[in-house]
Design a protein around this ligand. Structure first.
Ligand code: 1HE
Length: 256
């Protein structure tokens, strides 16, 4: 069952997770969110980069609203915490995650996108937080992550006024790092994944695990965390080899 709503494919060390409910605009029901978690757990050991993309014209219409209507407060709390667990696994699982966005990327869809590390938008992408319209609130970590990218004022505007950002606006506001022609997002993600897989493991780990913690620490703690991480990273055999290669003219230059 979960196999059909989430298609998993491996190419080399890249794990592709395809949201596959196009007839429901990839609305995320419990089975789908749990299938994402299961796939990340199952392939963790052999995976260097994860790409989340979608079948059909839309990345995701957000939470499957048909499952929402009967939940009481306690069930709602548990449901939101379950989303938090999976979103944290995406963001803090120590594997870089690229999301390829197109069409609707709204509500929970935007929460999945913003838990990812790199967001590539196709020109058709648009972003909204219809929770306001539906009388609910974000529950998948959107209030933690979206303001860090676009600011609290922009998120407040989206939630209170129903404002929809188009792909250009999302890119300009820092919601996505890349903007590509329609149909080109997955190719771009695959190329990027190949390059990212070459990064030193310690550096990837530090970027994904330490960098976010530095943002939340005091200046003094953050400085010490940075120093400790820099010291650990430069002492690894991988770093020593890369530095030697550069000095001997055997490594790529910046931009190559
Ligand atoms: C859905 C959902 C859904 C579509 N849950 N079934 N999210 C929203 O409030 C967004 C609601 N969806 C839309 O505004 C539109 O569907 C779209 C703009 C995304 C796409 O429009 P369109 O014209 O291409 O599709 P459609 O005809 O609206 O939908 C096709 C089918 O998908 C239809 O079902 P059908 O059985 O009548 O064919 C829709 O009912 C169904 N569908 N979106 C359930 N979201 C962790 S907390 C996060 C909180 C949130 O995410 S709140 C935001 C919810």
């Amino acid at each position: 069952m979960s196999e059909s709503i989430l298609v998993t494919e491996r190419t080399g060390t890249t794990l592709l997770l395809k949201l596959n409910r196009p007839q429901k605009r990839n609305a995320v029901n419990d089975d789908l969110i749990l299938a994402i978690e299961k796939a990340i757990d199952a392939f963790k050991a052999e995976t260097k980069v994860i790409i989340i993309h979608a079948e059909g014209e839309h990345f995701s219409a957000g939470l499957d609203l048909s499952e929402l209507k009967e939940r009481n407060s306690k069930e709602g709390l548990e449901h939101s915490r379950m989303w938090h667990r999976v979103m944290d696994k995406i963001q803090f699982g120590a594997i870089p995650v690229i999301a390829v966005l197109k069409g609707a990327c709204v509500g929970g869809g935007l929460e999945i996108a913003t838990a990812s590390h790199i967001r590539i938008a196709e020109e058709s992408a648009f972003y909204a937080l219809p929770e306001g319209m539906r009388g609910i609130f974000v529950g998948g970590g959107g209030s933690l992550r979206i303001p860090k990218l676009i600011g609290t004022a922009a998120m407040t505007d989206m939630m209170l006024t129903g404002r929809v950002l188009n792909a250009d606006e999302g890119y300009e506001k820092g919601l996505t790092q890349y903007l590509v022609e329609n149909g080109k997002g997955l190719k771009k993600a695959m190329e990027m994944a190949e390059r990212m897989a070459q990064n030193a493991e310690m550096t990837t780990y530090a970027v994904l695990q330490v960098l976010p913690k530095i943002q939340e620490a005091s200046h003094q703690e953050a400085s010490m965390m940075e120093s400790l991480t820099a010291a650990l990273a430069q002492d690894s055999p991988e770093a020593k080899k890369r530095l030697r290669d550069f000095l001997e003219g055997k490594a790529k230059k910046v931009g190559e």
